[in-house]
Design a protein around this ligand. Structure first.
Ligand code: UD1
Ligand code: UDP
Length: 372
């Protein structure tokens, strides 16, 4: 069976890396990888880390590119790739423009689509544009690899066409792989005082551009007034984030803006962190897997498992609410342990079993599940 995986952004590369490795190890599968290059530096960094060599690179990223330009270029160029490779199946991951363009291009050519990380939903309008992408892919796919039982239940309730399997999130497989390559040395971060508690912040969502990000910057400024903390902010390369954050926080004491961290350095920063503030999906999952208290800077999340496990709190973008929640968890840290609600490190194997029509032993979440 010839399988074409299509990825374009950092989180797709992280979460597909274990799947691509498992596909490569299957004698019955001819696995090809196409990267759209929706992200360039972020993607290349992860490809390098996991030793992934794309068969095709469309190099689509262009400065200031709007979603429709990216989507239409992706759809057009991917059609040529499908004609050239003639895969029996296309695999997409998540909710990005790349994933939706690849799923639609395959659908137009009658090629079956497998969707990794299917079924996450808020059913709210504002996770724009990603939730619409993920739901549209559910209409096009005939193999839905749901990361959690809740995501599987969403797909069942929507009566999607084809088969649904609960596999665990392959991002947790990737985390296990990264941890295996982190040395046992203490997680000190160059330039950060060792005697301060570390808050790790990431933010990139389009739903936050403008006023919500201004509120988040105000919250970080308020938290930064505490003398016992340092806030580390790896800044997403999207210029619509880099410019505003530098202006708002660049000169604030106790806040350190840095370029995106390599995956290993980022995971080490997560391990060292006392508190995580983020709007990222993957970071939420990794923080929960590592037992790190996390404030989710969104009004709604498609990842409720971390909240139900008591490791994450949904705090929106209101500065007072964020600062109060941060103070609460810094002053009275909850007793938290690593949680297996998002995955057990075995998702890729289950995904490959499903692709090959073998029996799938589905993922059963464990509330407490120390990492290896
Ligand atoms: C995209 C995904 C989002 C995912 C996020 C992960 C969509 C609609 N959104 O976000 O689901 O959570 O990626 O990070 O697909 N840039 C660079 N270098 C890079 C990457 C980005 O310079 O390596 C700049 C470019 O100017 C680019 C901009 O950032 O145009 C935004 O990139 P884009 O792919 O549009 O990211 P998001 O939509 O913010
Ligand atoms: N990440 C990284 N370096 C950073 C910030 C994040 O390697 O400076 C990793 C993180 O560990 C996770 C992924 O990037 O695996 C999450 O990507 P992002 O937040 O861009 O997207 P999302 O998960 O929200 O779609």
């Amino acid at each position: 069976m010839r399988v074409l995986s299509v990825i374009g952004t950092r989180p797709e590369a992280v979460k597909m890396a274990p799947v691509l490795r498992a596909l490569a190890a299957e004698p019955g599968i001819d696995s090809r990888l196409c990267v759209t290059g929706q992200h360039r530096e972020l993607l290349d960094d992860v490809l390098l880390f996991f030793g992934l060599a794309p068969d095709i690179d469309l190099d689509l990223m262009a400065p200031g590119q709007e979603l429709n330009a990216l989507f239409s270029a992706g759809l057009h160029r991917l059609d040529g790739v499908l004609a050239q490779i003639a895969p029996d199946r296309v695999i997409v991951q998540g909710d990005t423009t790349t994933a939706y363009a690849a799923a639609l291009a395959a659908h137009h050519r009658g090629i079956p689509v497998a969707h990794v990380e299917a079924g996450l939903r808020t059913y709210a309008h504002h996770p724009w544009p990603e939730e619409a992408n993920r739901r549209a892919i559910a209409l096009l796919a005939d193999l839905h690899l749901a990361p959690t039982p809740a995501a599987g239940a969403n797909l069942a309730a929507e009566r999607v066409r084809g088969r649904v399997f609960v596999t665990g999130n392959s991002g947790i497989d990737a985390l296990h792989m990264v941890l295996a390559r982190c040395d046992a040395a203490p997680d000190t971060i160059a330039g950060l005082p060792v005697d301060r508690r570390l808050i790790l912040f990431t933010g990139h969502r389009r739903e936050h551009f403008g006023a919500p990000f201004d509120s988040i910057w105000a919250a970080l400024r308020e938290i930064a007034e505490r003398p016992d903390i340092a806030i580390l902010c790896p800044v997403h390369p999207n210029p619509r984030i880099g410019g505003p954050i530098a202006e708002a926080l660049g000169q604030v004491a106790n806040i350190r803006l840095v370029p995106p961290l390599s995956l290993v350095t980022f995971v080490r920063a997560l391990r060292r962190a006392d508190l995580v503030l983020t709007d990222s999906g993957g970071v939420q999952e990794e923080a929960t897997a590592l037992g790190k208290p996390t404030l989710v800077l969104r009004d709604a999340t498609e990842r409720n498992e971390g909240i139900e496990a008591g490791l994450a709190k949904l705090v929106g973008s209101n500065p007072a609410r964020i600062a109060e929640a941060a103070a609460q968890w810094l002053d009275r840290p909850p007793l938290l342990a690593p949680s297996g609600v998002y995955g057990d490190g075995q998702a890729a194997g289950r995904i490959v079993d499903a692709l090959l029509d073998r029996a799938v032993e589905e993922f059963v979440p464990e509330l407490r599940d120390p990492l290896p």
